[in-house]
Structures are given as structure tokens and as C-alpha cells.
Design a protein around this ligand. Sequence first.
Ligand code: ADP
Length: 487
Amino acid sequence: MSERLAIALLTAEVAPLSKTGGLADVTAALAKHLHAGGHDVRLFTPCYGSIDRAAVGAQPLAGLAGLTLAVGPHAYVFSVLRGALPGSAAPVYLIDCPALYERDAIYTTDPDEHLRFLAFTRAVFTACQRLAWGPQILHCHDWHAAFAPLFLKSSYGNEPLFAATRTLLTIHNIGYQGIFPAAHVADLDLGERLFMLHQEDLTAGRINALRHGILYADAITTVSPTHAREITSAEYGMGMQDTLRARDADLSGILNGVDYDEWDPRRDRYLLQHFDADHLQVKAALKRVFLKRMGFRIDGAVPLAGIVSRLAAQKGIELMFETLPKILQGRELAFIALGAGEPQYEKFFTGLAQRFPGRVAFHRGYDEELAHWIEATSDLYLMPSRYEPCGLNQMYSLRYGTIPVVRRTGGLADSVEHYNADTGTGTGVVFNDFDGPALEWALNLALDLYADPAHRARLRANGMARDFSWARQGALYEALYARLIAA
Ligand code: ADP
């Protein structure tokens, strides 16, 4: 085994406690992987009101109750609870501060949103001090924890406990940057070190949390190698491209792994029966059960395409506006969507279900069990994203024998290989351009391949044999941590 490292993970989401997207899956799986590898990994996350404390066995920690936390001119009282991630012994430290985290949702549009995560970041430092625990690695996830590297170099620059601490920022979604008005600059408590802030932003009247993580972390990763290159361009950088290019030597991409304890048809806890590549008749049987349950009025032989997604512009739903009705009209296809988000996309799916009754179903909302059933029983899975840092569902699909139809961007490009009908290699259908005709081409090709038993079998066998486990991906983080510590 490699050296045992002390690693703090700072994240706004961790599955299954608090999840809106892939960030939660990744931080949970990474914590479990590192813990199983013998590291002293401690995951810190806010204790939202929605978290079931009993489910994690959360216990108060001596000396960490009722602490006062100053965040600029604001004062909060917080405690730290310690528990373990369900299904693992990986320790989770919950920052309990009802004034900040007892809200209707994980993320809010409340005026103190930036304070919620500044306080979280500060509280982690305080917790480490109280625990007399000096992590070798502070692994910060997304904008919520992105001020930690700057705080380490400013407020905690003279703290011996953190003298050897190295920082890593992982960008899971560059579209979310934690921007707040410069009028709140005092909330950062930087005193004389205001010069450390990005001055152009400040002059423009804003403070960008993510940018400071990029500026001050010892290394920066995003969640696929292709996306790591993409975000240095104006098309994908969302305004961060120049800052990222300046850190080019320290920027890399590590593809997310899949938690196959959760997402594998051989043991999926939500399925009535289990299957693998040699028992695809079980997948067909589950599909018939599912079609009935969801009110479809079609034969099991009709291909079913699925999607499970946040309904945000990033996900490319708009490409389906013309394409899906056209293909549904012209070909045999059934379609199911699960998701919630922007009203225009919800409206589109609602309308589609009304227009094609018995062939299209839309479930609005968030539903873990339904997500598993869609992955397990669909024949095709659509992911026409405008940008996709990594994406998990296409990798889940591969394991379930569900053929992914994806756009060549970010992690989709790194995890799905376009099928070559001559050689029988490849795992899905990959299209290049972000437009309706390209999606139409891809979907028609996927339906043609699906209709051909030999190609269908090949595609499924190829996909089901792929391995995106954390055993591989987690090792890349461990290697990076080791490089940072040695530097
Ligand atoms: P993102 O992080 O951009 O949302 P990912 O593909 O990385 O996209 O991760 C999305 C995760 O969230 C997957 O595990 C997916 O199954 C899950 N998910 C998204 N929307 C829903 C929903 N409505 N119901 C259940 N799970 C969902």
C-alpha cells in the first residue's frame, strides 16, 4: 500500500445525504475509496436540515459544540457532528449551523448564499484546529470550498498545523462560480491581504469564489481530460479560461469513477431481478414490467430511449425540441424522461407525453429508484450535452447494456467510443455538432444499429465490459496527492 495520507474533502454535496447532481456521487465514492485504501480521509460537509442524522450515526464531538464563528462582521454558532457514510466506515464531519443550513434546499438564492459557504470553509479550518489535525491535502470541490486555498495562504499562513498542507481544487461544473457583490468583501476577513483578491473582478464590482480557487490551489483538476483542455478555451471556460491558462502546468483532468456498489445490474438494490452481459433476457423482462408500470402501451420489442437529468441548458434538451417529435412520428420508439429544472424543458417533456400518449412518459422530479429503472430497462440513453465536465449516466448506461447516444464533449468524449460497424468496436453513438440535425443523425443511427441483432449484441457486450471503477480513477487522485506532497 502507498503511504497513509491525511486528506480533508470539502464538499457541498455528498451522496446519499445531500445530492443535486454528480458532485454528490463523486465525493462519496472518493471518500469510500480513500478510506478503503487505508488513508485518514475526513469528509466535511454542511449539515443541511434535510440530512437524516441518524442514518449517518452523527454524534457530537467533544470540544466542537457551540463554537462561535466570525465571518467578517457576521457571527454564527456552529457544532461539528461526526458520523460515517452509509455503506462504509468513511468518516463524515457535518458542520451544523442551523442559521445557515436549515433552509428549503441545499442551494438557495438567498442574499447570504456566499456566507453559507464561506462559513462552511472557515468552520472546516476551525474544526481541524480543534481536532489538532493537520491534513496533508485539502481537497476542495467546486466554488463552495474554493476560498480554502486562499485562506490557507492568508489567515492560516502562520498556523504550524497547516504548514505542510497542500491544496487541490476540483472543478465539477465550471458553470457555477459563486459570484457575489464586491460590497461584501469584508465577509472574506482578509484584512491587509485584500491585494490577494482578483483585482479586475473587484473593480468590476464582483468577487468570484471559483476564480480564487484556480488562482491559489496547488493543483486544479476537472473531471475528465477532455474537459480539462476545453475549459482553457473561450467556448467552454465560462470566463475562467485566462486564469486557467495561467495555471496550465497545474491543471489536469481525472475522469470520475462509477460507484458499482450502487450502479451495477448484477446487484442493483432497486431491481426485482439482476442481470449481466450473459443474461440480457432479464433486462428484457424488467423492461416489460417497467413499461407496464409506467403506463406505456407498446410492445416490449419497441426500443425505449431514456434520460435522467437536471433540466438545465447545459444538458442540451433544446436539441430534442424538433428532433424527438420528428423521430417519434417517423419511427418505432418509446421515450421516458426523469428530471426537474427549467420550466421550458419541463414544459417540452409534458407536451411530448401528451402528444404521444402511451409512447412517451415524463416524470417530473427527483427519484432515485426511477433513475435506476430507467438506466436498467432503456435500450438507448440520450445525453446531447452542450458541455459535460464528466457525466455519470453515460457510464452507468454502459454497465446496464443501455446504448449511450452522446455529444462529443468533455467526459462524454472520454467515456463513450463511437461504434465502428466494420470492426465491431466502440460502445455507443457519438455526434459532434451541437445542433438538431446532428442529434437526429445520431438517434437514427442508434435505432438502426439497435434493430440489427449482431450490432446490438456487440455494442452491449463492448459497453458492459468497460470498467470505470474508482479503483482505477481513485488511484489517479492518490498519485496526484502524493506528487503535491512531494513537491
Ligand atoms: P450533473 O452533475 O451535471 O447533474 P452527472 O451526470 O455528473 O450530471 O450526474 C447526475 C447524477 O444525478 C446522476 O447520478 C443522475 O442519475 C442523478 N440525477 C439527476 N437528475 C435526477 C433525477 N431527477 N432523479 C434521480 N436522479 C437524478
